[in-house]
Design a protein around this ligand. Structure first.
Ligand SMILES: *[C@@H]1O[C@H](CO)[C@@H](O)[C@H](O)[C@H]1NC(C)=O
Ligand SMILES: *[C@@H]1O[C@H](CO)[C@@H](O)[C@H](O)[C@H]1NC(C)=O
Ligand SMILES: *[C@@H]1O[C@H](CO)[C@@H](O)[C@H](O)[C@H]1NC(C)=O
Ligand SMILES: *[C@@H]1O[C@H](CO)[C@@H](O)[C@H](O)[C@H]1NC(C)=O
Ligand SMILES: *[C@@H]1O[C@H](CO)[C@@H](O)[C@H](O)[C@H]1NC(C)=O
Ligand SMILES: *[C@@H]1O[C@H](CO)[C@@H](O)[C@H](O)[C@H]1NC(C)=O
Ligand SMILES: *[C@@H]1O[C@H](CO)[C@@H](O)[C@H](O)[C@H]1NC(C)=O
Length: 695
């Protein structure tokens, strides 16, 4: 009887200690390489992760938009059951990120603590395989991650394209810092390039009692005493009792391979640092071999030049189906597909798979059987005069742009005299199909307003948020695509050109589509962000009014949309222009705002047009609509000149020629190429062609 309380106590103690000694819940482990060894269990891999012959955990390879993860197989207790607070942990691992193209880093990787090893539904690319769009930020994710990110994603407020960030339940970091390290006794922070292919050791230490998290980096085995990130953060609400620890990495359009060489983890003390020299190494880069290869190629080339060149030329002429590879192609980001693959995926570019005409080419629907993903393949016609220039501009531009309101370029292919671009498939097609020519589905005002907002965000990104100003140059409803959730995404960057911020764009070629071309474009020939804003204004008006900017079938006073809307606004009957198919079901304030914004953007004088930043702020209700319409009210012609002036300048100038290409109007300065009838004929002709496409 006397022993009973003691044994009871002992039992109690034992029960509470059991989680410490229970063999199924490991407290610490160390992997010096992941080759199966006696004392370490195998990791659980998912996605495309694998352990290679050298014992290196390769989370991803350079294929686009895939996820790879490696997790410790058993759950680990992360909470003290007595106090319901987070326990301390400490981990160290060695990793490397090797981009496919040296200049362009793909996405990074994340040390992850999560309730499951699978993270079902998570997305690749900027989501790093951790969450998806709808789960991002939900506190029921119970997700803790330290991201080693090599892409600056403005959506997640990333500070740069080479940072370490602490993420809790969401992709937006609670705190982050540029990747680097300190040397003991020196307060200077030295940069580390995360995607430089170097073996980098990271330490993540969390003190549960102090609620302090430290992240330390180094290129060496010894841990520097000063962390690069040391922040207060309470992980008690984040952690569940048992969690899984591991790594998640993903690739985007531009891919990087992610490697983990070794990993130690400890719940009861500091994790042992890894000795980088004892870990397996990546196969050496072929940097040094490169000169040799060039030398060898040159020698061989010279040696065989006289005998082989004639034959080679002959042979190349015979082989029409060969994919052409040139030097510049190796530097371009997105994935290269083989012609055969794309031909098969589109059933041999079958008419039935034709989605429409965009820019200078036909667009086909395809399915990549390997990944079971739907794609859109744009095939740029051989006749296209500016094919090569457009193609190069298109891949180098969109390949590096990432925004959820832009259509993603997945890859490309080049064949003799022919270019193919592979895009994300947008299951709901282009916006014009929903507003012109008796559409089957009528978009509600809410949907339209959302799409307008989406497009304005996409355009703002192009104009101001990316590292360089990107002009779209062909904004119109046919180039706004709708994904499965009816999000608006800007597509067709064939006409986009890059300009560094601040430098003056110079070009003599006017590209775009009639009805969306800013009047000054025909005078100066220089596209600017204001000319994009002008086209965006036309888009705003047509989305609200449900008709084209120039509608030959309309009454004469309604022929030119912007003039008609302007007249109605002056008469005080602005709401009369709203698409009658909405049956009056819309938010009047929003509609009025969008129409007025549309008018402001369509202003004849570029300096009176708002910037996209301003437009976005107005649309989101952050700033009220400025009253700049009022002063121009009295100046008849301010808006009305718009297209009239444009048409007159077209009629006057013989040097402008109009060429037709699949529904687009392409104006080219100074060339004497075929002229087609009058401008009025041009409009009629164009609309007929469009009708045909939409039937
Ligand atoms: C680890 O994987 C190897 C093969 O990769 C297998 O032979 C071995 O049984 C596995 N060990 C455990 C503990 O699962
Ligand atoms: C997001 O992920 C959750 C699971 O985490 C899944 O149930 C959901 O379907 C996913 N949503 C999308 C849009 O993929
Ligand atoms: C978070 O997820 C839970 C369940 O998964 C869901 O019920 C809840 O609505 C989500 N919260 C938000 C804000 O999306
Ligand atoms: C984090 O770093 C600070 C400053 O170097 C140090 O005082 C603290 O003990 C560290 N905490 C952990 C959990 O390593
Ligand atoms: C990140 O942490 C540092 C150090 O605690 C702090 O000074 C800084 O304000 C934090 N930044 C953010 C965005 O929370
Ligand atoms: C433990 O703490 C979490 C959040 O910190 C809370 O949601 C949960 O209900 C608590 N559990 C118990 C048993 O108190
Ligand atoms: C974990 O920490 C304890 C206490 O410092 C130490 O004895 C043990 O070796 C560590 N284990 C690993 C794998 O680092």
């Amino acid at each position: 009887m006397l022993q009973s309380p003691i044994s009871h106590l002992l039992l109690h103690l034992l029960l509470h200690l059991s989680f410490l000694i229970s063999p199924s819940f490991s407290q610490s482990f160390i992997y010096n390489g992941f080759k199966n060894s006696a004392y370490s269990t195998n990791l659980t891999l998912n996605g495309i992760a694998e352990i290679n012959d050298d014992g290196i955990l390769r989370l991803t390879d350079v294929r686009s938009r895939l996820i790879g993860r490696g997790f410790y197989p058993d759950p680990i207790r992360f909470k003290n059951p007595e106090t319901n607070t987070s326990l301390s942990f400490s981990t160290s691992f060695a990793f490397a990120v090797v981009p496919k193209y040296r200049k362009l880093g793909g996405h990074g990787l994340a040390f992850t603590i999560a309730p499951t090893k699978e993270l079902v539904g998570a997305l690749p690319s900027r989501y790093l395989g951790l969450v998806n769009y709808s789960r991002n930020g939900n506190s029921s994710n119970h997700l803790f991650a330290v991201e080693f990110d090599t892409v600056q994603d403005l959506e997640f407020a990333d500070i740069d394209d080479n940072h370490v960030g602490v993420n809790i339940n969401r992709m937006r970091s609670v705190n982050s810092t540029r990747a680097g390290f300190f040397v003991d006794g020196d307060s200077t922070k030295y940069d580390i390039c995360l995607h430089g292919g170097n073996k980098i050791q990271a330490w993540i230490d969390y003190d549960g009692a102090e609620s302090q998290l430290n992240v330390t980096l180094s290129l060496h085995s010894k841990k520097p005493s000063k962390p690069i990130l040391s922040i207060p953060v309470d992980l008690s609400p984040v952690f569940q009792d048992f969690m899984y620890v591991g790594f998640s990495a993903s690739t985007g359009l531009v891919a990087s391979s992610h490697y983990i060489f070794g990993w130690s983890f400890n719940m009861t003390g500091n994790a042992k640092s890894l000795n980088l020299r004892h870990l397996p190494s990546l196969p050496p880069f072929k940097k040094n071999q490169r000169g040799f290869v060039i030398w060898l190629s040159v020698s061989i080339f010279l040696a065989f030049f006289f005998i082989a060149i004639t034959g080679a030329v002959y042979v190349f002429k015979q082989i029409k189906h060969i994919d052409v590879v040139e030097d510049w192609e190796l530097d371009v980001g997105p994935q290269k597909y083989s012609y055969k693959e794309l031909k098969e995926s589109t059933k041999g570019f079958h008419e039935k798979e034709l989605l429409g005409f965009g820019g200078s080419g036909k667009v086909y629907k395809g399915v990549l059987p390997k990944l079971d993903t739907q794609i859109a393949v744009k095939r740029i016609l051989k006749e296209s005069k500016h094919g090569q220039k457009e193609f190069m501009s298109e891949i180098s531009t969109i390949g590096r742009l990432r925004h959820r309101n832009l259509v993603q370029l997945l890859g490309w292919c080049r064949r003799k005299g022919e270019f193919l671009l592979v895009y994300d498939f947008m299951s709901n097609g282009s916006l014009d199909k929903y507003i012109f020519n008796n559409p089957k589905t009528i978009l509600t005002w809410k949907q339209r307003f959302k799409i307008i907002n989406d497009v304005s965000n996409g355009l703002l990104y192009l104009h101001e948020l990316w590292e360089q100003t990107v002009l779209h140059r062909d904004i119109k409803s046919a180039n706004v695509l709708l994904d499965s959730e009816l999000n608006g995404r800007l597509g067709d960057f064939g006409l986009a050109k890059l300009y560094d911020h601040g430098s003056h764009p110079t070009t003599t070629k006017v590209v775009g589509t009639l009805g969306y071309l800013a009047p000054e474009l025909t005078r100066t020939g220089k596209p600017t962000t204001s000319s994009d804003v002008f086209a965006f204004g036309a888009l705003l008006l047509e989305v609200v009014c449900g008709r084209r900017p120039i509608e030959p079938k309309a009454l004469p006073e309604e022929l030119i949309l912007v003039d008609w809307v302007f007249d109605k606004w002056r008469e005080g009957g602005l709401l009369e222009v709203v698409d009658s198919r909405l049956k009056g079901e819309f938010d009047k304030t929003e509609v009025m705002m969008v129409l007025k914004l549309g008018l402001m953007c369509s202003h004849d004088e570029p300096t009176f047009r708002p910037s996209m930043r301003h437009v976005v702020r107005c649309l989101q209700g952050e700033v009220p609509l400025p009253d700049i319409l009022a002063p121009t009210l009295s100046v008849k012609g301010g808006f009305v000149m718009g297209f009239g002036d444009f048409a007159a300048s077209l009629k006057k100038a013989n040097t402008w020629s109009i060429g037709y290409r699949e529904g687009d109007v392409d104006l080219e300065a100074g060339s004497g190429s075929p002229k087609l009838g009058s401008v009025q004929d041009g409009w009629l002709h164009k609309s007929k062609m469009d009708d045909k496409h939409h039937l």
